[in-house]
Design a protein around this ligand. Structure first.
Ligand code: C2O
Ligand code: CU
Length: 484
């Protein structure tokens, strides 16, 4: 079989409903080279390679291309950034410039989103309206403000219509903005994703009902590995940077038998880090955790999360429980105890500032149209309209603060993501949020609403908000906002 056929098939497989194409080209199965996963064949936890900025600059050549990857005991044909899943971890500091030459060696158009970064949405900045055709490249430039918040961010494709298949296929990577160092024995990056493979070892295609619910993969991966094993010593303190890179799956993370302290979610920093039993991450959310090791064996698990469903339509939206990784802590204590976690800088609070405007934004799913045919997917949107890149849905004044009430009358949860401009959650589940809480993805529960204050102080230009169940985004649940 010519390689080009497989590449084409791979590109198409991510678009859904086209598995017949993959089967039709008659790929040989010999390349699968299945490995035994029994007999204690545990994989050791690995992390993506790190690219670090130097003298205020990080230059990356980023090739998006299909590649053979070893996953869960088999060879898989995935989509990769620079040949690996996840892509490299970028580590930068506030004030840095990130330059990325994105080379599209896929069979579908793509682009790049630096999720959570507060940078210009214009021109070759974090511009979701760019489309890079197969065989083309594009030079991005992201200038982080000097006071950019530190935190865990990530990068992934955002080309409307192809984003879900590309993310599901393996295109994602972590992006850490440093600047809030905490004494820790070590730091680890855990990029969590899910994936289903077909019999050829390619990302499985999805049915229309799966798109409507948002696809979830059968295999849960941590840094592209299935149930890796971590080792540590008693008393060690580790900083874990966790990314939920699943296209639709909610994670409820729990690490039994270990002391876990939540340092922050997204860009938000907990003013007083606190011990937690579990941390819920909607698709797109990230967590910054401190784990103090106690002797014994623990499992990093995700507990089940019911994200609602469409009644008798398709499967329900249950993100099921699963083991993500295992951890063995040896009884031998670490040598020197670490100093306590330093006090964190005060978290900014928009409350008390005048609110310039209030808007209500409503997730909409047209049930009647969805029942009728597969065209149905076009009926997802906001305020009764599906995404149109040529329409401006919200016009906002630069330098203003607005209150946005995000309303979800549908029978399932939707994670609301706004690019570029930070959101402070002020009301959730009918309750006022007391601590300053910042999110770039905020879950809006089924038949619920969330109120946020949005800081439009800087970064004029046009960008988007959307559902981070990416199947919904690709199906039209996205809208544009212009600030100027
Ligand atoms: Cu992580 Cu607009 O996306
Ligand atoms: Cu949604």
């Amino acid at each position: 079989m010519k390689p080009i056929s497989r590449r084409q098939a791979l590109g198409l497989a991510g678009l859904g409903g086209l598995s017949v194409v993959v089967g039709g080209v008659g790929l040989s199965r010999t390349h699968l080279a299945r490995q035994s996963t029994t007999g204690g064949g545990e994989v050791t936890f690995v992390e993506p390679e790190v690219l670090r900025s130097r003298e205020g600059r990080l230059s990356v050549e980023l090739v998006a291309a299909p590649h053979e990857v070893h996953i869960a005991g088999q060879q898989a044909q995935l989509l990769t950034y620079n040949g690996s899943v996840p892509g490299q971890t970028w580590r930068v500091r506030p004030g840095d410039r990130i330059e990325v030459r994105l080379i599209n060696d896929l069979d579908t158009p793509t682009n790049l989103h630096t999720h959570g970064l507060e940078v210009s949405p214009r021109d070759n900045g974090d511009n979701p309206f760019i489309s890079i055709d197969p065989g083309q490249s594009f030079d991005y430039r992201f200038d982080l403000p000097e006071d950019h918040p530190p935190g865990v961010f990530w990068y992934h494709p955002h080309r409307h219509g192809t984003a879900t298949g590309q993310l599901f296929g393996g295109l994602y990577g972590a992006l850490i903005v440093e600047g809030d160092e905490v004494p820790a024995t070590r730091e680890r990056v855990l990029v969590i994703s899910d994936l289903s493979l077909d019999t050829e070892g390619e990302p499985a295609s999805v049915s229309a009902p799966e798109v409507m619910m948002g696809r979830e993969g059968e295999l849960l991966l941590v840094n592209g590995q299935h149930r890796p094993h971590l080792a540590a010593r008693q008393g060690q303190r580790e900083r874990w940077r966790v990314v939920n890179a699943c296209t639709s799956r909610y994670l409820r993370l729990a690490l039994t038998g270990q002391q876990v302290v939540l340092m922050g979610i997204d860009r938000s920093q907990e003013p007083v880090p606190r011990g937690v039993e579990e941390v819920t991450l909607a698709p797109g959310n990230r967590a910054d955790l401190l784990v103090t090791m106690s002797a014994g064996t623990s499992q990093l698990r995700t507990l089940s999360y019911d994200r609602g469903g469409m009644g008798r339509m398709g499967r329900g939206g249950l993100s099921g429980a699963a083991t993500l990784a295992s951890l063995t802590v040896s009884g031998e204590s670490a040598t020197t105890p670490l100093p306590p976690v330093p006090r964190r800088p005060p978290v900014p609070d928009l409350r008390g500032q005048p609110v310039d405007a209030q808007r209500e934004i409503t997730f909409t799913m047209n049930m009647a149209a969805m029942m009728s045919s597969t065209r149905s997917m076009m009926e997802m949107g906001f305020d009764g309209r599906s995404f149109d890149p040529d329409r401006i849905d919200q016009q906002v004044g630069l330098g203003t603060v607005e209150e946005w009430v995000i309303v979800n009358p549908t029978p399932m949860d939707h994670p609301f993501h706004l690019h570029i401009w930070p959101m402070q959650v002020i009301e959730e589940a009918g309750q006022t949020v007391s601590d300053p809480t910042w999110r770039d993805v905020v879950n809006v529960p089924s038949r619920g609403r969330v109120s946020v204050l949005v800081d439009f102080a800087r970064h004029p230009g046009r960008s988007v908000y959307h559902c981070h169940i990416l199947d919904h985004e690709d199906s039209g649940m996205m809208a544009s906002v212009e600030v100027g």
